[in-house]
Ligand binder design. Structure first.
Ligand SMILES: C[S@@+](CC[C@H](N)C(=O)[O-])C[C@H]1O[C@@H](n2cnc3c(N)ncnc32)[C@H](O)[C@@H]1O
Length: 188
């Protein structure tokens, strides 16, 4: 996932207004490249990578290699079993598209609960354009998820913004990253 996600991760690290925040958690962090890139580009931040316990060794080795282990730690758990760690900014990359609609909505709700008023939720993957006519990669990725998983699918920026509004986020916006990837940002 680091190879697939690194370009978007570096862009989020530079493009999002991190100066307004102090802490972050990357949910479903895998090796931790998003957390590492955000911390490298923003020395005032501290953060966590949240994932299943068996992921801890690869995460800890990676953040040590990148040189951010003093500010980025691993938080072990399952997003089905517990609330998300609290932080100013919650991020999910290539997470929501793995799951069916009720699970997507549950995860968006857990992100809402984890951030303070004014906090942010960043969702990124191959977000499909709202009229579903341009992002062919995103549409093909959605077909891929429909085949590979029991209920997963990709979605438009408007879909994701709608789930964020339903959960209680007061403002939302969609911003392009690199290639077919965009991020959807919700502010609580
Ligand atoms: C497709 S990868 C995304 C990795 C990374 N966010 C990225 O975009 O490159 C999905 C991640 O979700 C994690 N994951 C799956 N089920 C989980 C659960 N119940 N709780 C926490 N993390 C989970 C997996 O271990 C994996 O690291």
């Amino acid at each position: 996932m680091t190879g697939i996600s690194h370009g978007a991760n570096s862009t989020i690290a530079r493009k999002f207004p991190w100066k307004d925040y102090q802490t972050f958690v990357d949910v479903g962090t895998a090796q931790g490249d998003l957390a590492a890139q955000v911390a490298l580009a923003n020395p005032h931040l501290t953060g966590q990578g949240f994932d299943l316990p068996e992921v801890a060794p690869i995460f800890e080795e990676y953040v040590a290699t990148v040189g951010v282990a003093d500010r980025v730690s691993f938080s072990a758990g399952s997003f089905f079993a517990q609330p998300l760690p609290k932080a100013d900014v919650v991020m999910m990359g290539h997470i929501l598209h793995d799951w069916d609609l009720p699970t997507k909505q549950m995860l968006v709700g857990r992100a809402f609960d984890a951030v303070p008023i004014g906090g942010a939720f960043i969702v990124y993957e191959s977000i499909i354009d709202d009229d579903r006519s341009k992002n062919a990669f995103g549409l093909m990725m959605s077909l891929n998820m429909l085949i590979e998983t029991p209920g997963g699918f990709d979605y438009t920026g408007a879909d994701c913004a709608g789930w964020m509004r339903e959960a209680g986020f007061s403002s939302t916006r969609v911003e392009p990253l690199v290639g077919p990837d965009s991020m959807v940002i919700g502010i609580k």
